[in-house]
Design a protein around this ligand. Structure first.
Ligand SMILES: *Cc1c(COP(=O)(O)O)cnc(C)c1O
Length: 448
């Protein structure tokens, strides 16, 4: 069975949601825990490239890529082939029982591509949260210190430790405590909301002053940071912020952990977001786009750090599953061969070119920011920085009704984010952005 070639075109053939999706919604309500929710009520039948086809035959443009996961496109043929071939050979042995080559090869690939020329080692897991938990485990073990410093607006996952690391109460933490101790939150560099003209160095000094005063550098195992924040609102720190944090970490023997789970693997126009300013973290967590849709995550770090953990101290039944590893090797190969980092830069330029002109006519657009194919629009009450979550919600809904998948994010829920597959065709992207522009105009025009 070959994956069908789905036309890279938006095409709506029923009202949304269509009758078959509505039936599934009823079954879902009776069977699925309501604590897990979905952005769109459209049930997917198949997908390819940047197009999702729902059970009623509607073709949607996917500008979310399953939250930055299918950067190589849905059902990328080389990934599908690699998965099929591997699952036919064996699907699981547990790397901790009987090892296999694909795990080793994924680690070699991560060690070669992540920032820094130093000797590295990697370890594989199933989810991003699991990778973050393990990065913290490793940092605490090798430093003999306990405190973990995180930032305002951070998102690191939904397990107990990562809930503690994540900033936002609703929906991630509300009522789910008590949370893991020894987590300290300091201010992020957020140029749109920081005092005007605040430099990256000044924002770093503000954070460092708090770490030294409230925690004490000698107690800090690691500083954990997303080089560009994801769920928190695609917050791009001011230039110089990350390098200043990295320098302080180095001087105080604090490990710098970059959470590149959302930013990694070509999304921002480089292999990793840290590359833009030449920042070299001690540990880096990856997941999402790593395996083209299969669940796989990793911690990659300096050999001398990673070698500090005793044999058997890290692992998990499924971590580095062979099918997921095969998918990762195929995905990374596509990123390299099709130069998807360059594609991400072109996509980012197309998004900026389309959206920037709207700023002059719509003062509700407070900020357009991002890097590469990780772009966002922050919506505010005109003339202020007061978040307008309602506008973001209405714009997203208008896009969904027109068959374009966009996601919202942000601590205040007022940010529309764009994360298209990096293989999206120019015309399809243009059509998706057209719909988005129309939705912005419709929602933000004074008459509406
Ligand atoms: C998605 C995400 C995570 C959590 O990954 P899961 O696979 O959902 O556990 C952690 N950090 C960042 C920056 C993320 O975007």
């Amino acid at each position: 069975m070959e994956p069908s070639l789905i036309k890279q075109q938006r095409n709506l053939v029923t009202e949304l949601p269509g009758p078959r999706s509505r039936v599934l919604a009823e079954r879902r309500a009776a069977a699925v825990a309501p604590g897990v929710s979905s952005v769109l009520p459209l049930y997917v039948e198949e997908a390819s490239g940047a197009v999702l086809v729902d059970v009623d035959g509607n073709s949607l443009i996917d500008l979310g890529a399953g939250i930055a996961v299918v950067s190589v496109g849905h059902a990328a043929p080389a990934v599908v082939d690699a998965v099929r071939a591997q699952i036919g050979r064996f699907s699981h042995t547990c790397f901790m029982v009987n090892p296999y080559e694909a795990y080793v090869e994924v680690c070699e690939s991560l060690n070669a591509r992540t920032p820094g020329e130093h000797l590295k080692r990697s370890v594989l897991f199933n989810s991003g949260a699991e990778a973050v938990e393990n990065a913290v485990k490793i940092a605490r073990h090798v430093t003999g210190r306990q405190a973990v410093v995180v930032f305002d607006h951070a998102y690191h996952g939904r397990t107990n430790l990562t809930m503690a690391l994540t900033a936002k109460n609703m929906p991630y933490r509300h009522g789910f405590g008590p949370f893991a101790p020894e987590v300290y939150r300091v201010p992020m560099s957020y140029p749109f909301r920081d005092p005007e003209g605040m430099t990256g160095q000044q924002a770093a000094d503000r954070a460092i002053e708090q770490i030294e005063r409230l925690v004490g550098a000698d107690n800090v195992a690691c500083v954990l940071i997303e080089p560009i924040q994801g769920e928190g609102g695609f917050v791009v720190p001011a230039p110089g912020f990350l390098p200043a944090i990295a320098t302080w970490c180095q001087e105080r023997s604090v490990l710098l952990v970059a959470d590149e789970i959302q930013t990694g693997f070509c999304r921002t126009g480089d292999w990793f977001a840290c590359d833009a300013e030449g920042v070299v973290p001690d540990l880096i967590t990856t997941a999402k786009a790593l395996a083209g849709g299969m669940p796989l995550a990793a911690v990659t770090g300096r050999a001398e750090v990673m070698d500090g953990v005793h044999a058997g101290g890290l692992g998990g039944t499924y971590g580095g599953n062979p099918v997921a590893c095969a998918a990762a090797l195929a995905s990374i190969d596509i990123m390299e061969r099709e130069e998807l980092a360059d594609a991400a830069q072109r996509i980012g330029e197309a998004i900026r070119t389309t959206l920037e002109p709207l700023r002059t006519t719509h003062p509700g657009i407070g900020d357009i920011r991002g890097r590469g194919a990780m772009m966002a629009i922050e919506l505010v009450v005109p003339g202020t920085t007061e978040p307008d979550a309602d506008a973001a919600r209405r714009i997203a809904q208008a896009c969904h009704q027109a068959g374009v998948v966009v996601l919202t994010c942000g601590s205040y829920g007022n940010v529309i984010r764009l994360l298209p597959p990096l293989v999206i065709e120019d015309e399809l992207l243009a059509d998706g952005l057209d719909v988005l522009s129309g939705a912005i105009t419709e929602v933000l025009s004074p008459a509406s």
